[in-house]
Design a protein around this ligand. Structure first.
Ligand code: HSE
Length: 431
């Protein structure tokens, strides 16, 4: 039976999940594949993890070269995360003709060009299913099952931590901080949870998905990013009253003159399938010419769903090793930036506003005068409570308006003396 040797860089939560899955499923995989997949060596420096690995009789090293330069190792699994030294390790593995499996979304989103180019030059491949959507096989679906489709748009709930926080806040009235603590305790959050709640993690993931959907490199800095930091419990409640829920969406969409790629909180109609994606679940809603609309949903974070994606990639590569190279078919193309990424100014959508304003005559008329000046038409408005000469929330929904006009109007409104806090503005997504 052919043996495929693996080298693993990093034995954190996902790495130990990969070892668990490989051991537990060894017999099943041998039966199904006719291949023996063996974890030859792990590189780890944390003494606690080294001890754990030794207790499991795994060959451990503290120098990545013992994996990257070992001619017997066929596939390198990179699970250390971050840009450096992960990038250098991956490049070295590729130059040494080893295939790579990685979950490193930040690296692929920000430095993917070098990685894919080096893989191509060396006739090896990089698989990265675990980088987006944990247990959902979204990358494989886009690259294989949906390959004949022209993708029009994708809308992703692709950060489990943010979705968990928003769900806990809206369903249990839990506050932001304690919901985040819960997500961290459950192992969903990034080492630096700022990446989760500020939208950066989503932006990394949508850069990867957009690249596959639209077959072009996406410059990370071109992505508009806004997180859930400013969302308050009251916004979730007011949105409910208007018939919406709030979700952090990562959107990649074809527009007339280019591509929109953006991450921000959105009001999603309660009846839409994405509104019902709760807790740590991730989902990607795809609109394409042949399939129409499709939703892929599953656990987007956590040890075993992510390990499942890593092992799936290992198996795909293992099946190909020894066969005639069919890889060009699956490889991501280089960087022919054909469609430009549109600036947010050109976005046209409906908006939710929460003004915090003194409760006194003429407040609404002054706000609406400014909105009118920028051709922003009001759909509905509610004042919450009555506190004479004190600040109250005024919640408003607009008709479609241009982002550029919204920004100008809000800048003027926020300067009014009776506005006591920066206005919260959330886009409504007509999906
Ligand atoms: N921190 C990420 C999330 C983990 O919350 O979705 C998976 O990428």
């Amino acid at each position: 039976m052919k043996k495929i040797n693996l080298g693993l860089l990093g034995f954190g939560t996902i790495g130990s999940g990969v070892l668990r899955v490989l051991r537990k499923k060894a017999a099943l995989l041998e039966n199904k594949l006719g291949l023996r997949i063996s974890l030859k060596r792990v590189c780890e420096v944390n003494p606690v993890l080294v001890k754990k690995l030794r207790s499991k009789k795994v060959d451990v090293c503290n120098n990545a070269d013992r994996i990257l330069e070992d001619p017997q190792i066929d596939i390198v699994i990179e699970l250390i995360g971050g840009i450096h030294p992960a990038k250098e390790y991956i490049l070295k593995a590729l130059r040494n003709k080893k295939h790579v499996v990685t979950a490193n979304k930040a690296l692929l989103a920000e430095e993917g060009e070098d990685i894919f180019k080096t893989a191509k030059e060396n006739g090896v491949d990089v698989y990265f299913e675990a980088s987006v959507g944990g247990g959902i096989p979204i990358i494989r679906s886009l690259r294989e099952g949906l390959i004949a489709n022209k993708i029009e748009s994708i809308y992703g709930i692709i950060n489990g931590t943010s979705n968990y926080i928003l769900t806990r806040m809206s369903e249990s009235g839990c506050d932001f901080k304690s919901a985040l603590k819960e997500a961290q305790k459950r192992g969903y959050a990034e080492k630096n949870p700022h990446f989760d709640i500020s939208g950066i993690d989503c932006a990394h993931k949508i850069a990867i998905l957009a690249r596959i959907c639209f077959n072009q490199a996406v410059k990370f800095k071109d992505i508009y990013i806004e997180g859930i930091n400013d969302i308050e419990l009251s916004d979730l409640n007011y949105a409910q009253e208007f018939g919406f829920c709030i979700k952090l969406l990562a959107i990649a969409k074809k527009a007339k003159d280019g591509l929109q790629i953006r991450v921000h909180p959105c009001l999603v109609p309660k009846g839409h399938v994405l509104a019902n994606v709760r807790s740590v679940y991730n989902a990607v809603f795809i609109k394409a010419d042949l399939i129409g609309k499709a939703l892929l949903q599953g656990e987007g974070a956590g040890q075993l769903p992510t390990a499942s994606a890593v092992v799936g990639d290992v198996i795909s590569i293992s099946q190909k090793i020894g066969l005639e190279s069919q890889m060009d078919f699956l490889k991501i193309k280089g960087s022919n930036l054909s469609k430009k990424i549109l600036s947010m100014d050109q976005l046209n959508t409906r908006y939710y506003f929460r003004f915090t304003a003194l409760d006194k005559p003429e407040v609404l008329s002054k706000i609406s005068r400014i909105l009118g000046k920028f051709k922003i038409s009001i759909y509905s408005v509610i004042q919450k409570g009555r506190r004479q000469s004190q600040a109250v929330p005024i919640v408003m929904m607009t008709h479609e308006a241009r982002e550029k006009d919204i920004c100008k109007a809000l800048a003027q409104i926020n300067k009014l003396s009776f506005i006591k806090k920066k206005t919260v503005a959330i886009r409504v997504e007509g999906i």
